[in-house]
Ligand binder design. Structure first.
Ligand code: AVI
Length: 321
């Protein structure tokens, strides 16, 4: 019998209303900004998959190589009969790698806002891991969630947050998210978090400005999404993608820049853009090991293991209370 359960939908504000309210609120600010979580409609998710394949975007393959090279060590550090909680829909190759290496994992809990992505992910995994309880939770992982209990008792809860997604949150929010993990994992738990490390800014900027223009298309797709879902008339030819490394803040800052002075309609509102006005759409924070330890400490966590690649480009950190 398959152990996959179906994700339950959450009672929440209608997503399109929330999207509209956030976009209009963000465009009323100076400088204008839109949250990067809105990149991921179906087309945006597809483009993100393509970004991960670009030669300049070293993050995904570097993290994967770390997980492959150190899988046995990571599994040993986790210990037997753990409950694996993943922030995001997971079910990719990284999740498989970890579940495969772990000793008798008792359950897998992906926490994800989209029920369709969630159900698809656990259905595939349930076939591959018939002894692992699949317990999807439809929720916003930035808020504390009540975790379901697996059929067999677990020894500890381990939160898995790969992909350097933590870096898409501003420092204060990232610490808040680490605190949420700290609460959810409990006293005996752990977290395994992928972070991108500081390096030559030229390598960083290349990763977010790939030669094939996939990241540009990914960024500008946000405007196409607003046009389609919020009845707007952004002309994508009159905006460009810009991603720069800010060395003081230690992050790639991605903007959508208006190439001319123009007005854009969103529903019954009109928004004015000056020529060269930049709208902030994403931060991708890069950390040094020392900075990350300090940030974790502010969330009540300590780094107990750090696995890196030969270049020290990326790190998979294990955190405990
Ligand atoms: C999902 N996240 C970690 C990616 C990053 O590197 O910040 C999103 C991305 N944006 C542009 N390229 C990739």
């Amino acid at each position: 019998m398959s152990k996959a359960s179906t994700a339950q939908a959450l009672p929440q504000q209608r997503p399109v209303d929330e999207f509209a309210a956030d976009v209009l609120h963000g465009l009323a600010q100076t400088p204008k900004r839109i949250a990067s979580k809105y990149f991921y409609d179906a087309r945006g998710s597809e483009l993100f998959e393509q970004i991960c394949e670009q030669p300049e975007y070293y993050l995904t393959r570097t993290e994967l190589s770390i997980l492959q090279d150190h899988a046995a060590d990571i599994a040993r550090a986790i210990g037997p009969r753990a409950l694996l909680v993943e922030y995001g829909s997971g079910a990719g190759i990284k999740t498989r790698l970890l579940l495969d290496a772990m000793e008798e994992p008792v359950g897998y809990v992906p926490v994800e806002i989209s029920p369709s992505a969630l159900n698809a992910s656990v259905e595939n995994l349930a076939e591959e891991f018939p002894d692992v309880d699949m317990l999807p939770v439809t929720a916003d992982f930035t808020q504390p969630v009540e975790l379901p209990s697996p059929e067999q008792a677990s020894t500890r809860t381990v939160v898995f947050f790969p992909g350097s997604t933590l870096g898409n949150f501003e420092q204060r929010e990232a610490i808040g998210l680490l605190r949420t993990m700290c609460i959810e994992m409990g006293r005996n738990g752990a977290a395994i978090v992928g972070i991108d490390l500081k390096k030559d800014p030229a390598l960083l900027e290349a990763a977010y400005n790939d030669a094939a223009g996939v990241t540009r298309d990914f960024t500008l797709n946000l405007l196409a999404r607003i046009n389609r879902e919020l009845d707007a008339d952004f002309d994508l030819r009159r905006f460009r993608h810009r991603a720069h490394y800010n060395p003081m803040a230690g992050r790639i800052e991605t903007h959508i820049v208006s190439t001319i002075e123009q007005r854009v309609r969103i529903g019954n509102r009109e928004i004015a853009f000056a020529a060269e006005e930049a709208m902030l759409v994403e931060y991708s924070c890069k950390y040094s090991q020392v900075e990350f330890c300090a940030m974790a400490a502010r969330a009540g966590l300590r780094v107990v293991h750090s696995w890196t690649d030969a270049n020290d480009w990326f790190a998979v950190q294990m955190l405990e209370r």
